[in-house]
Design a protein around this ligand. Structure first.
Ligand SMILES: [Zn+2]
Ligand SMILES: [Zn+2]
Length: 339
């Protein structure tokens, strides 16, 4: 068993022999983490993702490069994993990372998590346009109008209109399009980008107001949300990874004394289909419910949790005791529920 937060993901990747290398920008340095714990795993503090590489049996097969620079990640585990540790149950001593799957001798579960983590919180609201089609659309409009202008110019200045003139229309049109491209680029900027910018500004204001109004702790909310998203996606057969591209909307309401938050996000889902890795950008909705009862508090280091019914040690990610099947308390303050 890997660290508690990575549990579902690592189980899935192991099944297909896939590992993912993620590059992070941290203070102008490029650091990396690997889903294979035997490869490079730098500690990341407030990092921005910039590239993901997907390997099947150590062969690079797929790359993703588009990430939202407003979303930050923190994963600190190094000093934890290299720590010496003695099993309090049987007395065995080793490095803590050898205990990730539980004690090799007495099989006690340890429930180890990052010393500090941030699975993807959105902290910034500056405007970023991920409009890759914009330049293509501009070039197309530019070319079309230039061809029309060239056509009318030749049509009304020459007495005849033959094949030779049609060729001229194309040549004039393309030359004119090249000259006018920058002009169109700026004009389109006003027409297309103006309304988008206004819309995005409004959405940003709404999200800022949401955090001020609800007083919800942002980091633990986003950690809980992403833990639940991982559980949701990785329980589906062919999903091997995901990235939140942007949190689009957050809305709260109260029902039966519980606070609910509906989250709308733009997300890239990565699938493993017939030996190939493919990704798809979708919009998804998640409904989170705040647990009013006390939740199981996981410390940042080792957590040996005993079943309240039979006393066996428990793997907290399973939700149930292996032996007597008693339900255990929720790990998190926020859990995902059906809409
Ligand atoms: Zn032991
Ligand atoms: Zn039990």
């Amino acid at each position: 068993m890997p660290l508690v937060s990575d549990n579902f993901h690592q189980d899935k990747l192991k099944k297909y022999n896939i590992n993912i290398k993620t590059k992070y920008i941290v203070d102008n340095k490029i650091l990396e983490r690997n889903t294979d714990i035997n490869k490079i795993n730098d500690d990341i503090k407030k990092g921005i993702r910039c590239q993901k590489e997907y390997f099947i049996k150590d062969k690079l097969v797929h790359t993703e490069n588009i990430f939202d620079t407003r979303i930050e990640y923190t994963f600190i585990s190094k000093s934890l994993e290299n720590k010496d540790y003695q099993c309090p149950n049987c007395g065995m001593t080793s490095k803590l990372k050898d205990f990730l799957d539980g004690c090799p001798y007495c099989k006690t579960y340890y429930n180890i998590d990052y010393i500090e983590k941030d699975l993807g919180s959105k902290y910034h609201y500056d405007l970023i346009l991920q409009n890759t089609t914009y330049r293509i659309v501009t070039a197309f409009i530019d070319l079309l109008i230039s061809l029309l202008l060239a056509f009318f110019f030749i049509k009304f200045t020459s007495r005849t209109f033959n094949n030779y003139d049609i060729t001229k229309v194309f040549i004039y049109g393309i030359v004119l399009a090249l000259i006018l491209y920058y002009f169109f680029y700026v004009i389109d900027g006003y027409i297309v980008l103006g309304p988008i910018k206004k819309y995005k500004d409004r959405e940003n204001q709404k999200q800022i107001a949401f955090w001020e109004r609800t007083k919800i702790d942002k980091k633990s909310f986003f950690n809980n949300l992403n833990y639940e998203i991982r559980k949701k996606y990785y329980s589906q057969e062919n999903i091997i990874d995901y990235d939140i591209i942007d949190y689009l909307n957050l809305e709260e309401y109260t029902k039966d004394n519980h606070l609910f938050v509906r989250v709308k996000a733009s997300v890239r889902i990565v699938y493993y289909n017939n030996g190939k890795i493919v990704s798809k950008l979708v919009e998804d909705n998640y409904l989170l419910k705040r647990i009013n009862e006390k939740t199981l508090k996981l410390n940042s280091e080792v957590n040996i949790i005993k079943c309240h019914n039979c006393g066996a040690s428990i793997d907290a990610t399973k939700g149930k005791c292996d032996y007597c099947h008693s339900e255990i308390k929720y790990l998190q303050e926020w859990i995902m529920v059906e809409d």
